[in-house]
Structures are given as C-alpha cells and as structure tokens.
Ligand binder design. Structure first.
Ligand SMILES: Cc1cc2nc3c(=O)[nH]c(=O)nc-3n(C[C@H](O)[C@H](O)[C@H](O)COP(=O)(O)OP(=O)(O)OC[C@H]3O[C@@H](n4cnc5c(N)ncnc54)[C@H](O)[C@@H]3O)c2cc1C
Length: 466
C-alpha cells in the first residue's frame, strides 16, 4: 500500500542523522545561494564530487539584507521544524548560532495574543526548539557552514539558462559578476533555487519543455518592520505575536516582536488589502499603540529605533506544481520559493525550503538515474511538504474579506472546526500543543482532522463557557 501523505511527511521531516554519503554524480549546480540553494548544496555535498552554487549577489552578503532577498529586512521567524532540520544537517547549529549572538529565550518567553486575548495555555511541546534571529543572520550561519564543506564552492554571477541534451539537462550558463561573457558548467543535476521569480519556466518553454502549472492566491499583504535597541527599561518582551482574525467588525492583522542578535528587537506590523502601514515612524508607533497589545506601543513610542521603517508588499501566495508535469527533463529539480511561496505571516517559507533539501536527500538515496529519468520521485515528496504548508496558510487566508472565490466544498464546516480548536487552544495545553505541532510544521495537518481533537476542543470550550 502506498504511504499516506502524513507518513511521507513524517519520513521526510525525520530528525535522524542522514545515512553515510554516497557519490552519484560528478557535478551538481545550484542556481541561487539563499536558504533553499544553500540547504540543497549541503545535501548534494554527500552525493556529488563537486557542488557549485551560482549566486547573483556579491561577496558582502553577510553585511545584512541584500538585493536578491529583498524581504530580508522583514521579521523572519524560523519554525521549529526548520530548526530541527538545521540540526539534522548541521549538528550543533543552534549552539553555534547562540555562540554567534542569537538570543536564547526560554520556551515560555513567547507571548501569543489571538484577537487581543493572551494565550494562557503552554503551547510549545517539549520537543520544539526555539531560535530567533534576523533573516540575514540566520542565512549567514547556514552559508558559513555550507561553504566550509570541502566540495562546495560559490561563484558570483547571474544564471542565464540551461543546456539540454536529448533527455535532460547537461549544463548551466551564468554570466560572472563584473563580466559579460557567459560561462557554461557541465552538470549532472541542476537545482533551481532562484526564488519566487525564477525564470526556469521560460527556459523550459524555450527548449520545448512544458513549464510547471502555477496556482496563485491573491493575498495583498502589507508588511512594515523596524529595528529597535533592546532596553529592559522599556519592555521585558522576548517574543510577542499578535493576530486578529477577520470577523464582523474585526480586521485581520498580524504583529510581531522578536528579540534578535545585537541586543535588538525587530518589530512587525502587517495588514491586508488597503490596510497599509507606511514608512512613517510616527504612523508605525500610532499603529502599534492602536491595534496591538501594550508592549508594541511601548517599544515603538519609547524605544530607540535603529534605521527606518521598511515596508514590503506581497501580492499573492503561489505554487508551481512540478509534480503535475508529464514531461520534465532529467537532471533538474527546483526547491524553496521557486516551487512555492506562501503568505509569510505563517512563517513557513524557510522551513519549507529546508524540508525540500530533506526531500532531495530521500530522493538521491534511492539512487535515481539522473541522466535519463525525470526527478518525479523528488517532486512527489516536495508536493507533500507544499500541500501541508499550503493547506494551513491558504485555508486561513480564505477567511480574508477580499478573497471571494476558491473556497473548497465543506469550507464552512472546516472553518467552524478550526475556530473551535483555535478557541480551545487559548486555555488548554493539550489542544494548544496539537495545534502548534501543525503550525510549526512538526506535524502534518491531518493530525488536527482527528475527531478526538475536535471533541476535546468542544469540551474545553463548553466548560470554559460555564
Ligand atoms: C515579507 C516576508 C516575510 C517573510 N517572513 C518569513 C518568516 O517569518 N519565516 C519564514 O520561514 N519565511 C519567511 N518568508 C519567506 C522566506 O523569505 C522565503 O521563503 C525564503 O527566503 C525562500 O528561500 P529561497 O532560497 O527559496 O529563495 P530566496 O530567499 O528568494 O533566494 C533566491 C536567491 O536566488 C538568487 N537569484 C535569483 N535569480 C538569480 C539568478 N538569475 N542567478 C543567480 N542567483 C539568482 C537571489 O539572489 C537569492 O539569493 C518571508 C517572506 C517575505 C516576503
């Protein structure tokens, strides 16, 4: 019997150390050196004599946010499943990140507000780790570890296309930084990790292959983040998340405060559609005071801002369904946002990218014929991860008032059940931990579909009502 999606999900996201390396190819080329590309390179270093990462951004990438990852100035939370996988691929990752300056708050130092109510229940199961940093810091830790591996190197330049043989990809072309003559690298496997604007689809079509079908969900999300000096006299907050869900008279908003490296807070306020935070520091503070719990206003009004408020707009969540293609060249895979990019408020992007690397590992351990077989077995695994994240984020987003179609059959019943579970999670630790396993991508969403979960939540809410 074929394994279920939740069995595959558990298999892919295992924390067990990977098996011994086995070389299957001479060279692998990874296009894009951000989270997905770096993690793919780590996995490929076990299976290729040489791994070359082609990255457009220059060598000063450790200095902070960079042009190729414009979202890097915004709050980035690493979900526990992502951290588990980072530990799996780089044992000691968390300790090293803490030694490099990442704060190490306790498991119970996060305050979560749903519709202005503080969650009383303990929400983190003990197996969940916690690591809080800015996005550039986290990426720099991963990059350092990947580039320490002897058979991995990074070259700087813009990837421009692929060379195709009869059955699959045989080369990748890039223009080195500062030059204009393209360089072609022979390769046994190419990984597209060029993010959500990847041009792989154009390259495939130009060579007579179909592009992966794309699904989009228009979220119209507006972000604004700012950094502040951490000051206990202003607030003792380590981590705070505030979410309001849309309902009659209630507008969907999300806000976050993370204590990050360098003794700083990074703060986020976000809204949808025409609810747009601006770059004005006064407006940022007023918004914090008006729409969020007290610590948001305290930090924004009395804290010392470092730099400016930075805004970001994301029009849609999108996924490219490579698993649906019946024709795909051999020797080609895609990972990270190049496959699926979600509404960032759920913090799934980096963790998904890291899990795609674990899919790649599972695929390669099956010793595929890279020269003549399309990587269907890889994309079937990636689909399991994408479906799980997509299900959680797009289902929640279907409640946004500006999303008028795409609601699945039975939507109202599922929405009702989700609200019951969310409400119970505010006071009941068992429900809260069950919910958190899924939102943290430790567990598959099917875990919440068990009748026992709903029954317990109903009981909790009934007694709470009394
Ligand atoms: C506002 C916002 C907030 C977010 N918050 C979170 C969060 O809290 N938690 C979370 O997990 N995720 C979050 N995300 C998502 C996260 O940023 C992405 O999922 C993650 O960066 C995906 O990594 P990636 O490597 O696939 O792509 P990217 O990070 O987009 O990197 C693509 C890389 O490819 C390079 N590249 C592109 N084209 C070329 C080319 N032609 N040649 C060579 N190199 C090229 C780029 O320079 C870049 O390095 C957020 C996203 C946004 C927009």
């Amino acid at each position: 019997m074929a394994p279920s999606a939740s069995q595959l999900f558990a298999e892919i996201s295992t924390p067990e150390p990977p098996a011994a390396p086995e070389v299957l190819m001479r060279r692998a080329v990874v296009l894009g050196g951000s989270m997905a590309g770096l993690m793919a390179a780590r996995v490929l270093s076990d299976h290729a004599e040489e791994v070359v990462i082609v990255e457009r951004d220059g060598t000063d990438v450790d200095a902070g946010p960079r042009p190729g990852v414009p979202q890097g100035s915004q709050v980035h939370a690493l979900l526990p499943a992502g951290q588990v996988q980072l530990e799996r691929w780089f044992p000691g990752f968390t300790d090293d990140a803490v030694a490099a300056g990442a704060p190490n708050p306790g498991r119970n130092d996060a305050k979560i507000f749903i519709n202005d109510e503080l969650r009383q229940a303990q929400d983190a199961p003990p197996e969940m780790p916690i690591l809080i940093t800015t996005r550039p810091f986290l990426e720099a830790q991963v990059r350092r570890k990947v580039l320490e591996i002897g058979n991995v190197r990074m070259v700087f330049g813009r990837a421009e296309g692929l060379r195709f043989g009869e059955r699959g990809v045989t080369g990748a072309r890039y223009v080195p930084a500062g030059g204009d003559e393209p360089v072609e690298l022979d390769t046994d496997l190419v990984v597209d990790a060029m993010g959500r604007s990847s041009r792989l689809g154009d390259w495939l079509e130009e060579a007579g292959w179909p592009r992966a079908p794309m699904r989009r969900m228009p979220i119209k999300l507006n972000y604004a983040s700012a950094l502040f000096e951490r000051d206990e006299a202003v607030s003792d907050t380590w981590v705070a998340i505030s979410q309001t869900t849309p309902d009659k008279g209630r507008v969907a908003r999300i806000g976050g405060i993370n204590s990050v490296e360098g003794d700083r807070w990074i703060m986020l306020v976000a809204g949808y559609d025409d609810d747009r935070p601006t770059r004005d520091a006064g407006e940022f503070a007023a918004r914090c005071r008006r729409h969020y719990p007290a610590m948001f206003g305290d930090i924004a009004e009395r804290g010392r801002m470092i730099g400016n408020v930075i805004t970001y707009h994301q029009a849609d969540s999108r996924r490219r369904d490579f698993h649906e293609l019946d024709r795909l060249p051999a020797g080609l895979v895609a990972a990270g946002d190049a496959v699926a990019s979600f509404n960032p408020v759920y913090g799934q992007g980096m963790t998904s990218a890291i899990l795609h690397a674990s899919c790649l590992s599972a695929y390669l351990r099956g010793r595929p014929d890279l020269a003549s077989e399309p990587a269907k077995a890889y994309f079937d695994r990636v689909r399991v991860i994408v479906d799980a994240a997509w299900q959680v984020s797009t289902f929640a987003d279907l409640g946004l008032p500006h999303i008028v179609d795409g609601h699945p059959r039975g939507y109202k019943v599922i929405r009702w059940a989700s609200n019951v579970i969310l409400k119970a999670s505010m006071t009941d630790s068992v429900t809260s931990q069950r919910l958190n396993r899924v939102t943290a991508m430790i567990g598959h969403p099917a875990e919440l579909a068990k009748p026992s979960v709903l029954l317990r939540a109903l009981r909790v809410n009934l007694f709470r009502g009394r």
